[in-house]
Write a protein that binds this ligand. Sequence first.
Ligand SMILES: [Zn+2]
Length: 487
Amino acid sequence: MAWEVVIGLECHIQLATRTKMFCGCTVGFGAEPNSTVCPVCLGLPGALPRVNARAIEAALALGTALGCRIRMQSVFARKNYFYPDMPKNYQVTQYDQPICEGGQLPVVMDGVARTFELTRIHCEEDAGKSFHPERHGDRRLSRVDFNRAGVPLLELVTEPVLRSPGECAAFLTQLRRLVRWLGISGGDMEKGQLRCDANVSLRPVGAATLGTKTELKNLNTIKGVERGVTAEIARQTALLDAGERIVQATLLFDAERDALEIMRTKEHAHDYRYFPDPDLPVLRVSAAQLESARAAAPELPWDREARYRDALALPAYDAQVLTEARDVSDYFEACVPAPDAASVKLASNWVMTELLRVLKDREWSVADWSERVSAARFREFLGKVAAKELPGPIAKQVFAWLPDETGSVAELLERHGIKVAGGADELRPLVRAVLDENPGPVQQVLEGREATFGFLVGMVMKKSGGQAVPQVVNQLLREELAARKHA
Ligand SMILES: [Zn+2]
């Protein structure tokens, strides 16, 4: 029988706030274990939580970007369960009244635009972290670090609308781009800033009802999501083809062994006994708050990508690369030397190839680069390249000096003793002299021997002491030759 795959994702987005969800403890990596904790995030009796306003702003920013319905009143609930890294024995989350409902994420896959429907986005707090060194033969001792307990998360849940592992990867890639673009999360899956669980089920093609689903946890890279979901689809297909039934279960994907491990089946499922947290009031979003979230909403990456293609006439590849990260895109826009298509494409080429290569080689952010090379300074450089005032090799050399030296292009050239004879006024007398001195080759070119044209270019370059811009020499030679032909 042919089976249709049905997948829904639950994504946890760790927010890049300064402090935790319900207390003033600092959020940060690398702190001494159990050093950024207080009575609130340790769940000590009598401690009272307070909502982090920045986390709510992040929820509104994401909900606005994804076209969700925003609830003006939402409720924090306690999800009760015991786990060693959860000091309160409950997690504060949102249950039946989440802050955002509906919405959709647009994704382009293999050139085809798709949108994936969302169920909801809600705010919650993270748990701590357990370490089990005894598993690796260290000591017979497990340790727990509560620094992460209480760190703000947004949980985004999709409708069961994904149909393949590739769609899951495309969805997560787009979500990661968006949360980084909005500046609400680092989005780094390997650091746990973006985590994903996948609900996977199969049903006969054409069936209206959903099959029994399993939940895959521990998917901590985009590749891991793709491989884990692929493995689970294969497992379920084999069972169904053999006439067996799927048991509802939670599975772990072991990326190292590329294998699935059944963690628990439905019989052991939790009853979380959700109830509204009595210590937290109803979360109210004011009309002014919602309005300011909408006003602060940036142009979204996929809208900007479309604008680069349609209004700036950039190739689809350029538009995609330039809008991968907002800082790169903003810098690119600030350094385009002129609005014509050639100048835009020139700026795109320099940013995509040369600039991104330097960032990679030096492990710099765009901020590191622009501290040394302001967009105005780079625009001046690109303007000179666009005006053909810098020959290719000299342009490359000047570019290499930009981050390590100060000064304008003219100052850099002077400091290094490089003269560029770029102006037509300066070069035209040289061109005329070369034509006067070489009547034979001129005659040959006029008769159509293109090979001899290069000889004339070479003669002008030589006369200029190697400081002329070849493109300008070419153009002037063509003009002067045309004038002689018609004379
Ligand atoms: Zn705390």
